[in-house]
Design a protein around this ligand. Sequence first.
Ligand SMILES: [Fe+2]
Length: 180
Amino acid sequence: MTYWMCENCSFVIENARPPEPCPGCKIKCAFMDVTCYTPDCGGIGTLDSKLVAHRVMKKEKPGKVVRFSDLIRGRTSEGKEKHIPFIEMAKGQGPGGKDLVEIEVGKQAPHPSTPEHYIVWVQAFGAKKDGQVLDLGRKVFRPGDGKPVYQFEIDSSQFKHLFSFAYCNQHGVWEQHLEL
Ligand SMILES: [Fe+2]
């Protein structure tokens, strides 16, 4: 079955043909085929996240500032199972006796690791109680490296929040957040 997204209101429907009128707008609208035909995306039966992101860009009104944060995907986005950089922390389990943080991409479903499609890097930030943001480093991966996992040690009592970002060369930047 094909997924259709309304060009006007972004309503998505699974149907053989685009609906008329649009169930969201109640008028005749142009529809875009957003079915994912790429096996890496999950194939037919899922939305193509690249097309959906393209739709978000197209929807912006002329002159409106598009922020990079508008393009970051998270736990409600299509393809989340393969892309969310999951953060876990084990108190006192670090090699130096501090707290061990592990960020893993593709915990629910493995992400591909081919030259055409792979996780390029994982980056972490920590926010202190006073709002100061600290760079907690980045790990870069190459195709064939296996599971994208980034581990590091922190003193978690210094932080209120941890943020992780992962970059897929096909599906953009993904984030997760952990409140400590
Ligand atoms: Fe991807």
